[in-house]
Design a protein around this ligand. Structure first.
Ligand code: B12
Length: 209
């Protein structure tokens, strides 16, 4: 039997933006914290979408309409995840690696880091190693966060680490990696300083560095 989802999660799976916005408002009005909304409703819905894609029940158009519904929900949650007026505790440069256009998880990590008190420079998606290096050069002691959602783009993370080394920036920079296919073992293999599989842990990790 197919799993049953809450109306909010089902709205994401169906890519039904108006249901998503209505249901999102209801759960927020009911007192659910923005982070819990992500963890309980939105992320499981995207996982389901990925599962259906893998099982060839969904194809790229369904993936895209679900992603659009997720992005609309994020527009509402984003300001709630960020706190304002907090003194910045460090600088983070973040982006999705070259060849990869997935940005939902990266945006979430960026929002949470900002909410956690970091100054965040978000270079977007499809970011080349040179662009990351340029951005890191602007200030010593930067934390660099790399996101990849495709097994084919994961090797780009290694290229970024190598580019930092070549430019003499590696020792001054902490590199965190993440994204669905990335593992702690892979992070270690490429010489990154840390890995996490979710946005809240990414903030704790960045703070510990
Ligand atoms: C939405 C989606 C899309 C959307 C992206 C829209 C957008 N603006 O991002 C669209 C439709 C564009 C898309 C396109 C493609 N996709 Co796609 N996509 C997905 C899907 C369903 C969900 C991803 C997502 O947003 N998840 C929700 C977020 C919140 O989770 P997350 O990204 O994992 O991020 C969390 C953690 O990983 C972590 N994290 C993320 N980044 C970082 C960084 C740091 C530093 C840290 C510490 C933590 C961290 O924290 C986040 C929050 O908790 C996944 C399935 C899946 N299960 O991942 C497939 C998936 C990633 N896609 C896949 C594929 C194959 C593709 C395409 C190649 C399809 C095609 N044939 O065209 C293209 C590639 C385009 C490209 N070059 O990038 C495959 C990848 C398979 C593989 N092994 O490589 C997946 C796994 C689907 C599947 N099961 O087959 N996709």
């Amino acid at each position: 039997m197919a799993d049953t989802f809450s109306p909010l999660s089902q709205g994401i799976i169906d890519g039904d933006v108006s249901t998503v916005l209505d249901e999102l408002q209801k759960v927020l009005d009911g007192g659910t914290k923005p982070q819990d909304v992500m963890d309980r409703y939105l992320i499981p819905a995207m996982e389901e979408v990925g599962k259906r894609f893998e099982e060839q029940e969904f194809f790229v158009p369904e993936l895209m309409i679900a992603a659009r519904a997720m992005q609309e929900a994020m527009k509402v949650l984003d300001p709630l995840l960020k706190s304002s007026g907090v003194q910045k505790i460090g600088r983070v440069v973040i982006g999705t690696v070259e060849g990869d256009f997935h940005d939902i998880g990266k945006n979430l990590v960026a929002s949470m880091l900002e909410g956690g008190g970091f100054e965040v420079v978000d270079r977007g998606v499809n970011v080349s190693p040179d662009t990351f290096v340029e951005e890191v050069k602007k200030q010593d002691g930067t934390i660099l966060c790399l996101s990849a959602l495709l097994t084919t783009t994961m090797p780009q993370m290694k290229k970024v680490v190598e580019a930092l080394t070549t430019q003499g920036l590696r020792s001054k920079t902490k590199v965190l990696v993440g994204g669905a296919p990335v593992t702690a073992e892979f992070a270690k293999q490429i010489g990154a300083d840390g890995y996490s599989d979710n946005a809240s842990a990414a903030v704790a990790l960045a703070k510990s560095l």
